[in-house]
Design a protein around this ligand. Structure first.
Ligand SMILES: [Zn+2]
Ligand SMILES: [Zn+2]
Length: 284
């Protein structure tokens, strides 16, 4: 029922990264859309915020991705850009399972629209204080090193003398010795390097977000044919099977266009009623 997606075949799509994201995004996006991702590293995106806290990210995840996409447009002169931005924190399982949320943002200046793909999942993100070489060996095992790289620094999580991207035993050993030498009390702070090229677990979540972006771009608005026609939210109110009053169970999905006012509710499980156990009246 949807119109064909806008034609991105042959489109130059700018991507600004120094963290190898072109290797993650290209295999997903180029074959699906027929576009050509034009990689640039002409700006250090760590200046917009770094996971190792030297520079705090300003604004939201979407704002940060939008800034990167706009920079990519101005550097390359392309009319379409793609950018990715991740965040880490507590997830649905609390602080015990570190959680990674990734967005991949598509900025189409020609059509004046923005579409965002999302994915999330458990992160490989370990943070720990070390005192001995045995602590270091244990950390490397727990943090999935050498496939996942590490950051070491003296004493505490905000010490500026950091060593990033460590993956070999030699590099880890040398950085550990140097951190201990600088540290006032011999403590060394260690954490996972969360930059994309240092963390394959994160790469997998970025890939899923790119898949989500492609699905959204291939879904077009029935009214204006813009890409990105997608579920905006779930509408509650499925009637209770026992008393018929509306529950908080989903009744419909609201689809919304990113370019025009078009929106519609599509029923989910058409005609089904809700388990009375989920009803505030029958089971308060
Ligand atoms: Zn009821
Ligand atoms: Zn539309």
């Amino acid at each position: 029922m949807n119109a064909p997606a806008p034609d991105y075949r042959g489109e130059r799509v700018a991507l600004l990264t120094r963290h190898g994201k072109q290797h993650v995004l290209r295999p997903v996006i180029e074959p699906a859309l027929g576009c050509r991702i034009e990689h640039t590293d002409a700006f250090d995106t760590d200046r917009l915020g770094a996971f190792t806290r030297e520079i705090a990210r300003a604004g939201t995840q979407i704002e940060a991705a939008t800034r990167k996409a706009r920079l990519a447009l101005s550097i390359t002169g392309a009319r379409v850009a793609v950018a990715s931005e991740g965040s880490f924190g507590a997830g649905p399982y609390g602080a015990l399972v570190p959680w990674n949320v990734e967005c991949v943002l598509w900025l189409d200046e020609r059509r004046a629209l923005q579409v965002i793909g999302w994915a999330q999942g458990p992160a490989m993100s370990v943070q720990r204080e070390l005192r001995t070489r045995d602590d270091l060996d244990q950390l490397a095992r727990d943090a999935g090193c050498p496939q996942h790289r590490l950051v070491l620094r003296p004493e505490h999580p905000d010490h500026p003398a950091l060593h990033k991207g460590l993956d070999t035993a030699e590099a880890l050993g040398a950085a550990f010795a140097e951190c201990q030498r600088v540290s006032s009390d011999g403590r060394v702070w260690a954490e996972s390097d969360l930059r994309a090229h240092c963390n394959p677990t994160r790469q997998a979540v970025i890939r899923q977000a790119a898949d989500d972006l492609v699905r959204r771009l291939q879904s077009t608005c029935p009214a204006c044919h813009a890409p990105g026609y997608w579920i905006d939210k779930r509408v509650q109110g499925r009637p209770c099977c026992e008393c018929g009053s509306p529950t908080r169970e989903p009744m419909a999905e609201r689809w919304r266009c990113v370019a025009c006012d078009r929106a519609e509710d599509r029923a989910v499980d058409h005609g089904a009623c809700a388990d009375p156990a989920r009803c505030d009246r029958c089971n308060p």
